[in-house]
Design a protein. Structure first.
Ligand SMILES: Nc1ncnc2c1ncn2[C@@H]1O[C@H](COP(=O)(O)OP(=O)(O)OP(=O)(O)O)[C@@H](O)[C@H]1O
Length: 726
């Protein structure tokens, strides 16, 4: 065994040296060609090609590949070793082509989809299905041109029935810093299916915490850019993520995959920009304060479908707006003939004909513009019939005044004005009273008050933007080739239906986890709220059940909360990576809450291997108070309060509801007791989010009693009290 490992290592070292020598040779040649800066188009194209190759080779120089797959195509008599890297390149002279294969190439999919077994393996090539046998799957770690690790996860010759998790477990055991990383060397078969799914489909992915949803979505973008390079461009793709700090946290993955220019925004920032509204995120903070900062122990607030967030995100509200906009079409035309001067009349029937028949294909604002321009042209024709210069002058003046007056009789096609009318927040309203009564009373009253005070809330952005898209022609440049929505359980059906107008071919990747639906006062409660928006043939649903982030003990602990608190049967399946038991520590075994948390942070942060440790509290107020207490000993302790645009890593303290999407080597969950987490599904979801942030260690502190969802099922995965030597 040791001998075969030795020989594999030596073989790969030789191959690596050969590959690096080839890269150096190609780079030397390419850099010796003077960069072309002239105006000849053909030369410019050639230069662009050289530059692309230079960049690819520079990128490959340090880590040319990470995997090898030996494959023998049916009907061929030899095995071919395929070396797979982040960037593919060919040899310049004759030899195997390509020398390194891009991970996104069709044949490279075998590296991910092959899970072992006797059956023939296959992949979809442009010329059709290719079948054959896999003989070897080898993972390698190369850092700065040094071969650090060779790990055969499948070897037909040694009779292994299935691909092993050994390399994956090694990778998962690594510690995390302040940025999410690419997983290109260990993408799993279930994830690969999503990454390589066809472009023009709305993919809806339910994935348990830590199943790689965010990571997979980012890899999918890189794949789409490669596979559909003739049809999509990076700047026409967008990722919507929950907040600016999270965007910073994920910002390294795409550059690591060699992809730039993809827009990464929060929905609110993007929508406000489309509407030309100033937006600073202040409203989001207020919404969080309302829902999460309430007095704990008295239970969290309850929501209903009539709450303004749920109602304004509903298709019911969207339909009401659609009806109103159609009614606006009928109500738009002033019921008047147009008389530019006495004796000249343009009949209202003629104007109606232009508006309702001739210009019907245009959106309302454009139709208004067109009709008014047409009226102006008619006036000019009529003016030509004037008997004298003096009369012409007189008529011109009069016509100009009357055209203006006539235009003013049309409704103002401005989203905010129309929206205010919908809520009775402006003087006039053209909508039937009975329709407006469909809006739940409380939502009506609060929104009216807010709009009158000039306050536009996050939940108003979707309807406002919808009205805008119905009024104005959508600039083709604003259409996306693909849209990714992360944490989609916090999106509303109305938001998705709106975004569908902005994306070609329903090309969506929509990912989320209903068990983490802590913003259920605005988000979806079941995926069919979203899937029902798309025709059957335009959508696909995937479930990711394996959780990669945490140790088995932490995942099993999370499953207890899912089962007993969230009451979900979508439990997570762990990868076989064992760690310490989850630690339950009642306050007071040390010296009291503050001293206990201090001691825990001291212990975990002094473990040299952990780069990120966090304390999670139930509310922001508690996080801020604790931060103040602890900052003397840890000046670097970072309070995450929702207002920051960057994530620093290291030591953090934050309320549990802001931890969604992030991960830490170790998590200290403060105040996990029946007072802070009531016996309610929502509270259990919050706790689930918090506990599943931990990769390697999870410590929970409580006063008196654990929350109801943790009253049983903990025996084999938890330990109570302090560890020895802490
Ligand atoms: N195939 C994989 N190989 C190695 N690491 C992986 C793999 N899939 C996921 N991971 C790791 O698991 C962790 C969780 O990934 P990610 O944050 O994308 O999951 P998520 O489903 O979006 O999580 P959550 O919903 O809990 O925020 C990350 O550290 C990621 O690198």
């Amino acid at each position: 065994m040791a001998d075969s490992f030795q020989s594999a290592y030596q073989e790969e070292e030789r191959k690596l040296n050969e590959t690096i020598a080839e890269i150096d040779r190609q780079l030397d040649r390419l850099t010796s060609i003077p960069v072309y800066t002239g105006h000849d188009f053909t030369e410019q194209v050639l230069e662009a090609g050289r530059e692309e190759r230079r960049q690819a080779l520079f990128k490959s120089q340090a880590e040319p590949y990470f995997g090898r797959l030996d494959f023998q195509e049916s009907g061929k008599d030899a095995q071919t070793p395929l070396y797979i890297g982040k960037v593919g390149f060919d040899r310049e002279t004759a030899g195997e082509h390509p020398m390194v294969m891009d991970w996104r190439a069709p044949a490279a999919s075998l590296f991910y989809s092959f899970t072992g077994g006797e059956d023939l393996a296959s992949y979809e090539a442009p010329e059709g299905l290719v079948e054959g046998r896999v003989y070897l799957k080898r993972n390698m770690v190369i850092r700065k041109q040094i071969l650090e690790r060779v790990s055969d996860t499948y070897n037909r010759d040694s009779g292994g029935p299935a691909v092993t998790d050994e390399f994956l477990v090694y990778r998962l055991g690594e510690n995390k810093d302040n940025k999410l990383r690419d997983i290109v060397s260990t993408i799993q078969a279930e994830q690969d299916k999503i990454i390589r799914a066809a472009k023009n489909t709305a993919l809806i992915i339910q994935g348990v915490a830590g199943s790689g949803k965010t990571t997979v979505a980012l890899h999918r973008l890189a794949f789409l850019l490669y596979q559909y390079k003739e049809q999509v461009t990076a700047d026409k793709m967008i990722i919507f993520a929950p907040n600016r700090m999270f965007l910073d946290y994920i910002s390294n993955v795409l550059p690591e995959l060699g992809v730039g220019d993809i827009q990464q925004r929060t929905f609110e920032d993007w929508a406000a920009e489309q509407l030309d509204l100033p937006w600073n995120g202040e409203d989001t903070g207020k919404t969080f304060a309302y829902w999460f900062e309430t007095e704990t122990g008295q239970g969290t607030r309850e929501w209903s479908n009539n709450d303004s967030g749920r109602y304004k995100g509903s298709i019911t509200f969207m339909d009401l707006i659609t009806r109103c906009m159609e009614q606006l079409e009928d109500a738009s035309l002033p019921e008047l003939d147009f008389t530019p001067w006495d004796g000249a009349v343009l009949l209202k029937e003629q104007i109606q004909e232009w508006f309702q028949v001739e210009y019907k294909p245009y959106p309302l604002a454009k139709r208004k513009e067109r009709v008014l321009a047409r009226i102006h042209r008619w006036v000019e024709m009529e003016l030509k019939k004037s008997p004298s210069q003096a009369v012409l002058k007189e008529r011109k003046k009069k016509a100009s005044q009357r055209e203006k007056a006539y235009a003013n009789k049309w409704p103002k096609f401005d989203p905010l004005t129309l929206y205010k009318q919908l809520f009775g927040a402006s003087k006039s309203s053209i909508w039937p009273e009975a329709w407006l009564k469909e809006i739940p009373q409380e939502t009506m009253a609060v929104t009216r008050k807010n709009l009158k005070a000039g306050l536009i809330k996050e939940e108003d952005l979707t309807p406002l933007l919808y009205i805008q898209t119905m009024l104005h022609e959508m600039d083709g440049n604003l259409r996306f080739d693909h849209v990714v929505i992360d944490e989609a359980q916090d999106f509303s059906p109305f938001q998705i239906a709106l975004l569908d107008r902005y994306v070609r071919g329903h090309s969506f990747t929509i990912l989320g986890d209903l068990s983490q639906g802590i913003h259920a006062y605005k988000g979806v409660h079941a995926w069919d709220e979203l899937s029902s928006l798309f025709e059957e043939e335009h959508q696909a649903y995937f479930a990711l059940t394996t959780s990669y982030r945490s140790t088995m003990e932490i995942i099993e602990f999370g499953n207890v909360i899912l089962d007993q608190g969230v009451r979900s049967d979508l439990l997570a399946v762990p990868v076989f990576r064992s760690g310490d038991d989850v630690r339950l520590i009642p306050y007071g075994q040390g010296a009291g809450r503050e001293e206990d948390l201090r001691r825990a942070l001291r212990h975990l942060s002094s473990k040299g291997s952990y780069r990120t440790v966090s304390i999670l509290t139930r509310t922001l107020r508690e996080a801020a108070e604790l931060h103040e207490m602890l900052a003397g000993e840890w000046p670097e302790l970072n309070l995450i309060d929702g207002g920051k645009g960057t994530y620093q890593g290291g030591l953090s303290i934050l309320p549990v509801y802001l931890s969604k999407g992030l991960e830490f080597d170790a998590v200290i969950a403060a105040d996990v007791d029946a007072y802070h987490y009531a016996d309610k599904i929502w509270d259990a979801k919050l706790l689930y989010v918090g506990c599943t942030r931990a990769l390697h260690e999870l410590w929970l502190f409580y006063e008196d009693q654990l929350p109801a969802c943790l009253h049983s099922g903990l025996d084999d995965i938890t330990e109570t009290g302090w560890p020895e030597g802490s």
